[in-house]
Write a protein that binds this ligand. Sequence first.
Ligand code: 13P
Length: 241
Amino acid sequence: MVAGNWKMNGNIELAKQMMDTLNGANLTDVDVLVCPPFPFISAFNSLKGAIGGQNLSEFDSGAHTGEVSGSMLKSVGCDFVLVGHSERRTDNGESDKLVAEKVSVALKHGLTPVLCVGEPESVRDSGEFFNHIQAQIEAVINVIGIDDFDNIVVAYEPVWAIGTGKTASPLQAQEVHAFIREYLRKLNADIANGLRILYGGSVKAANANELFSQPDVDGGLIGGASLDPQEFLNICLAAKG
Ligand code: 13P
């Protein structure tokens, strides 16, 4: 699976170009997901692929100015939603507990949450990154249990690799992905084995193949490179194998 996270970038023209590029390619063997900013979601309505939001409210409706609910995303054609992206954890102070609540709300609305986890550079340097990532996932299990993980995608995005051009090496990515799968395997082996774990952090067409060929890397969550239709298509093709 290859997911593009536009973050707060792009415009309606780019949405049209991206859709034309992806729809014109043969991507039958790869699950493609595009997560544009909310105003451009409808522009992707005829995408041969899935559409996702970049965030959702923990509330269902009401007096929450500026928020977007899970049911709203669903009603405009989203099947996925990013939850707990590191930029939301940092910019908006989203805690592990709030992220877990949002995962639960997304599931309730029939959206597949793409649960983003990953350690900042200081935690990587301290060697505590496995504990950090485990705590982020454990917070979600504490709220929804393990069984719903068959409706979740996990994205490992080391914060030090996001937008920095400093990609985790394929072995560093594999090490963490295997750790996540092994941790979940102790709770439910079938769910752990079937779980899609995406890698995110400076993925480009030039490094996608090597990252995606790691045994526990099931695709990518792409930021900057998902804004260039041809580059994003080439990453999708790399996932095809
Ligand atoms: P970059 O690919 O720009 O490093 O961003 C990764 C990311 O945060 C995707 O969600």
